[in-house]
Design a protein. Sequence first.
Length: 205
Amino acid sequence: MPGRKFANKILIFPEFTPLRVKYKDVFDLKAFYETLKEWLLENGWSDESDHLEHWETFYGEKIDQSGAKELWINWRAFKKPEGASHLNYHLDIDFKVIGMANVEIVHDGQKIKTNKGELELKINGAIEEVYKNEFEDNSFLKQVKDLFAKRVYKKEVEQRKKEFYQELYVLQNFIKQWFKLKRYLPYQEVKSFYPSDAFPSHLKE
């Protein structure tokens, strides 16, 4: 998990193979940014230090001679899982935007000012076993840390890992739905509560 330094973490996906969503077409970047932020807040994510939505840890921007932008944005969010005071959840979302330009399109008979470009999102998560950090500060508990983890918490941590794994896939599916990308779901999906401001050229609405 690049840029994330804390002890006793369990990655949900391997560091170099996170979940990905890639989209290249017309979409409103600001609308997507705000929608994703709202989804995270509604699902209990916040900044670890102040428990608000201040999880943006990096913003980089480059503008080429044509006026097209490249953007790099990193979000590092935090959540305390219900009923597990000894664990923390950490979520990483990395944005990379290439060739972002302002465009004007006609949609439903109206002119709309929006953006066109390529966006790639990388998503990963980690579970932090907080109790291990506390054990490190106690000379006696430090000696039994691994035994305690194996006998007391191992089963619960594995269950929490499965739940977090599913939550990250729900997040990925939500993003794909917003961008009107094809998804392969084992169930019938209802219409999203969040309106989409993506206008892929292969879809005629």
